[in-house]
Design a protein around this ligand. Structure first.
Ligand code: AMP
Length: 299
């Protein structure tokens, strides 16, 4: 079993109606690798600057993450700044400073290039495409993205999309790419663009999985204490793919359970800032929420 995750390791500045946190650990790779680490031992590819704490890389290692693919370059780490309104599903990007990501060219290690599952987490689609050229026929490729790339690099993003099996995106992103407001119709349009499964993340309303002859919905775990929604989507995708890697089976039945695990890991992420809640979960914590979600929709 092997899962490679490509994404950002970042400093995030987050503003919610209740608090502002400056330069806390974030990034698509941080959240997805930690979430995946509860199911598998992911290998990560990312770039960090001189200012990024080695302690976080060591924390990833303690969770079984293979960090040989992290490159430290001269300069500053990627920095993203976002603000949430009263509605945690509404987020505004204030600033994206690419910094060391600007000129980053990933060189995959040989054992990374021959992985079973490749997750092209949210990063510049040109970089995603470059990674695609280096891998030797993974059994499954998935990708994620964010508004910035849809607005600035749509052509490259659509080229990457042609090559992937699973496309993760939130409802707003799916509507924009498809040019269609109805989410089901929009999802079906995206199925024509390459992937065989579209995973539409709907924040506190859960997620919808859409394939040619497949439709599945999972609720979000009902959290009473939402502190910071950042990273929920990445955690969902990390847990989803970590579970697939653990089972090495890519069937609709496995996708359903993977989506519920995705919801569970995302629910922990949003209960605190940064990756705080993802660092020391116990299997029982995860199992309890998985069972609660099962109970919630049993009738
Ligand atoms: P999510 O809340 O799951 O959509 O992911 C939020 C994370 O994505 C934050 O921790 C950011 O550091 C990271 N992020 C935001 N914009 C970008 C971008 N353009 N490229 C790569 N990572 C990003």
């Amino acid at each position: 079993m092997s899962l490679v995750i490509v994404g950002s390791l970042a400093f995030d500045t987050i503003e919610t109606p209740f608090a502002k946190k400056e330069r806390i650990i974030g990034g698509s790779c941080s959240f997805s690798a930690l979430a995946a680490s509860y199911f598998s031992d992911p290998k990560v590819v990312a770039v960090i600057g001189e200012d990024f704490p080695e302690a976080f890389v060591e924390l990833l290692q303690r969770r079984g993450v293979d960090t040989r693919g992290i490159k430290r370059e001269a300069g500053k780490t990627f920095h993203w700044e976002g603000r949430y309104g009263e509605d945690p599903n509404q987020r505004t990007t204030i600033k994206t400073e690419l910094n060391v990501f600007q000129d980053f060219k990933a060189q995959l290690l040989p054992d990374y290039a021959s992985s079973d599952i490749l997750f092209l987490g949210n990063i510049d689609p040109d970089l995603q495409e470059d990674i695609l050229k280096q891998v030797h026929k993974p059994r499954l490729i998935a990708m994620d993205t964010i508004n910035l790339w849809i607005n600035t690099k749509l052509e490259a993003l659509l080229r990457v999309m042609r090559e992937v099996d699973i496309f993760f995106a939130n409802d707003e992103e799916v509507r924009i790419i498809a040019g269609e407001l109805n989410l089901i119709k929009a999802g079906r349009k995206l199925l024509e663009k390459g992937p065989s499964l579209i995973v539409i993340k709907k924040g506190e309303h859960g997620a919808l999985l859409l394939g040619k002859d497949f439709l599945f919905g999972t609720l979000a775990y009902p959290c009473e204490n939402v502190i910071d929604p950042t990273g929920a989507g990445d955690s969902f995708a990390g847990a989803f793919l970590g579970y697939l890697d653990k089972l090495q089976e890519f069937t609709p039945a496995v996708f359903r359970k993977a989506a519920v695990y995705g919801s569970v890991l995302a629910s922990f992420t949003i209960e605190d800032f940064s990756v705080e809640r993802l660092t020391s979960l116990k299997d029982e914590d995860i199992d309890r929420r998985f069972a609660a979600l099962q109970q919630l929709v049993a009738f």
